[in-house]
Design a protein around this ligand. Sequence first.
Ligand code: NDP
Length: 494
Amino acid sequence: MTIPSHHRMVIDGEDVEALAGDRFSRTSPAHDTVVTSYPRADADDVDRAARAARRAFDEGPWPKLAAVDRSRVLLRVAALIRRDAAALARLEVLESGKPIDQALGEVATAAELWDYAAALARHAHGDAHNTLGEDVLAMVLREPVGVVAMITPWNFPLLIVSQKLPFALAVGCTAIVKPSELTPGTTVALAGLLREAGLPDGVVNVVTGAGGIGSAMTCHDAVDMVSFTGSTEVGRAVASAAGQRLKKAELELGGKNPQIVCADADLDAALDAVVFGVYFNAGECCNSGSRVLVDRRIAADFQAAVIRRSKEVPVGDPLDPATRIGAITSQEQLDTIERYVAEGTAAGASLALGGSRLPTPTGRFYHPTVFTDVRREMSIAREEIFGPVLSMLTFSSLDEAVSIANDTVYGLSAGIWTSDVNAALTASRTLRAGTIWVNRWMDGYPELPFGGFGASGLGRELGRHAIGEFTETKTVQLQVGPRTTRWLTDPVAG
Ligand code: NDP
């Protein structure tokens, strides 16, 4: 790929410019050079894309195909993602600032999601009831919900669209997808791979740009459902607009995810997971382990070990395979991080490490940052920072740890490190979060549902649950034999 590369949107199977002819470009957050450019869509382009998706759903072959045929297309997409892994990963790095090794891992995981959804397509069946009486047989059908609007963020562009799109396609939906304007590259590239894999025109339409496009998609009459990943604030707006129009909404939002470290844990394993948990993707991660709760008896030693280990994490050029923390994706995000660090310091937390930008010739980088003496009421203990900033708290009993862990509006994920099986089971039951990790952190599998409690979202992605998210349920009742009852003449049952 030559830089900058110029891309177009994909609507109704064609590569198109925006109707108004406007374009925008993306600058690498690590290298300060323009790397890509795209059409700047507006509501008219959204209308064109939504109508194409509607036509493809109402008239096209896709929803009516045998599941095995949809499955074959999804398997081909997985193979094409693997074929283009190096180029996709590089594009992701240049636009997002994430480390190249990590990006390659995400591309591989995305391909697995397409594989899994292909298998799921053939299991998206309904139910039958043979026990309702001699004269009735009933079926519960699962039908595709229709046109799905997908709005995806900049932190895991290919991965997050792959948590939604293949599952919606598996059951026969069509889609209009809007990637973040910061990182549209791999989603636009994916649309090309879908065409190559044989997906009919109009089934997936990708619009690029920012500023009112997401809202135009959510509110469009041709759209039946919205699937959004991003901030809780925008999630609320999406849910409210969908609610007004009685559309389905599926939301994956923020988190302030606690890791509880007990005194009896394998502390070496916990240490590695704590450092990985907070610095992975520079902390720009809904599953970031941004709160660590340590047993008071071991807190001083464990905190000192976290600080020592944090100093060893390589920060820098994301194209260097040794890098573990790359660039901060946007100036807005860097501003947010700096604001929270200032708030934490002002509130009386101890800034034990970092707390400033890294001086580099190009780009936006932030020091791994650790706060100790954090209290549960501080904003750095309660709110999503979305940066490489760890807040460390202490506890003196498991009850207290769970109470601190649950003291947030969020509930995406939580974890406990312990060798006591009773503590692990109690925490698993009492922590209020969509995913609980016991002696591990941040693993995910296509088979396992993902989503959050409370302000972390609505609905679940992945696993068999995805079928429920992207389908409507239809009940069909069949009379078996002659209808023997008569409403007008039979006695009314008392
Ligand atoms: P947001 O989560 O705020 O979402 C921005 C996206 O939402 C854009 O695509 C925008 O489209 C769309 N949008 C905005 N308003 C509406 C609306 N009313 N209806 C439909 N779509 C809408 O991302 P930001 O980049 O602003 O990030 C802010 C914070 O969000 C981060 O600091 C982080 O805390 C959190 N975040 C969480 C993520 C997660 O994985 N859960 C991912 C990314 C961010 P348009 O521009 O066209 O309006």
